[in-house]
Design a protein around this ligand. Structure first.
Ligand SMILES: NC(=O)C1=CN([C@@H]2O[C@H](COP(=O)(O)OP(=O)(O)OC[C@H]3O[C@@H](n4cnc5c(N)ncnc54)[C@H](OP(=O)(O)O)[C@@H]3O)[C@@H](O)[C@H]2O)C=CC1
Ligand SMILES: CC(=O)N[C@@H](CCC(=O)OP(=O)(O)O)C(=O)O
Length: 313
């Protein structure tokens, strides 16, 4: 029997990308609301309670309200794409590569990782866990995102005339992703995070620069690279670029197609004293909708990558 899925917020940026990935999938039966009732509380309550799995593609406050609308007796399982529950008790953090696919498969409430934390954690969490990097270092993380990362409002701003080509923000260092990054990397301090938006629709690069020699860990760039390769060896989604195939530059392209993989790079200084860890991903792919579909697949006992947009190579 098909799994009944309701996407709450289906008309938004993340919701539309999820619908695109669900197209033609006979394992699912979509519960859809007419557009004039998509924000109607009674209609949403009914759909949320009818669903086997509800995917919340809503602003945080609306996501919290949606959870309240679900009667626990209805048995609806949840994938929340918002940042409302990423550090909350009773929620499984939906990053199967880090948390374990089995835990996601069994969870009733799954919180999808944020787009920036996805790149940050993919790089750092396995290395801290393996004690190759210290948990008490004050890490720095720089990132650029396509403007779709800010949803409909930011898309409208960047597609209007007179739009900026670059926007640095989070300047007072209170970005909402800090707690999530700290908790799930197991760090003593929140990282110093400098995000920026660029004038392209989708795509994201997250970078963690490490002054390895000053950190006095005794860890070499080769060890960091080897540990990431080993950690993601079996992953069909996270790809660690081999050290013999490092590109000279990392690009984001304005006409990039949607994709649900994530690429990790380790760039060492010639003398090994410094290293730049970089992740490139689609903020709407593994950073949001692709991750939601991956989690949905696992929760429904389906192949993890079904419906995902993964490059062939
Ligand atoms: N964009 C991205 O790259 C990522 C987004 N996310 C998260 O996913 C969530 C959705 O983001 P995104 O798709 O970008 O945002 P959008 O603003 O593009 O879409 C949000 C949608 O939710 C609808 N909505 C708002 N309030 C309600 C409500 N009470 N009931 C029903 N629908 C409602 C909006 O309606 P209307 O169309 O009328 O405005 C809109 O269609 C956010 O929490 C975001 O932080 C997470 C990772 C990455
Ligand atoms: C470019 C941009 O504005 N990005 C958003 C984050 C997008 C995202 O990851 O959504 P969550 O907050 O749900 O994780 C921001 O910085 O707030």
């Amino acid at each position: 029997m098909a799994h009944r899925v309701f996407v709450d917020g289906a008309a938004g940026t993340t919701g539309l990308e999820i619908l695109d990935r669900l197209k033609g999938r006979t394992e699912f039966e979509l519960i859809e609301l007419p557009s004039d009732r998509r924000k109607d509380e009674a209609a949403r309550r009914e759909a949320l309670n009818e669903a086997d799995v509800a995917i919340l593609c809503l602003p945080d406050e609306a996501a919290r309200e949606a959870v309240e609308l679900i009667d626990p007796a209805a048995g609806t399982r949840i994938v929340d794409a918002s940042s409302a529950h990423r550090t909350a008790e009773g929620w499984c953090y939906g990053f199967p590569e880090l948390i374990g696919a089995d835990r996601v498969a069994q969870a009733r409430r799954v919180s999808n990782p944020g787009c920036y934390p996805t790149g940050f954690l993919a790089l750092l969490a396995p290395l801290v866990r393996a004690e190759l990097l210290p948990a008490d270092w004050p890490y720095t993380v720089h990132a650029v995102s396509g403007y779709s990362g800010g949803g409909k409002a930011l898309i409208e701003r960047f597609e209007a005339s007179g739009a900026p080509t670059y926007r640095a923000y989070g300047l007072l260092m209170g970005h909402k992703h800090l707690g999530e990054m700290q908790l799930h990397a197991g760090l003593e301090h929140a990282p110093l995070f400098s995000p920026a938006v660029i004038d392209t629709h989708r795509g994201m690069v997250t970078e963690i620069p490490l002054p390895l020699a000053a950190m006095d860990t005794g860890t070499s760039p080769v060890e960091l690279h080897g540990a990431l390769e080993e950690f993601y060896d079996a992953s069909p989604i996270v790809r660690v670029h081999p050290d013999f195939d490092r590109p000279d530059e990392i690009l984001l392209m304005p006409d990039a197609e949607p994709r649900d993989d994530i690429e990790l790079f380790v760039f060492p200084a010639a003398d090994g004293t410094q290293v730049r860890l970089l992740a490139r991903l689609d903020n709407l792919g593994k950073g949001a909708s692709g991750a939601a579909i991956q989690n949905l697949n696992l929760m429904c006992g389906l192949p993890e990558t079904a419906g995902l947009k993964l490059p062939q190579n």
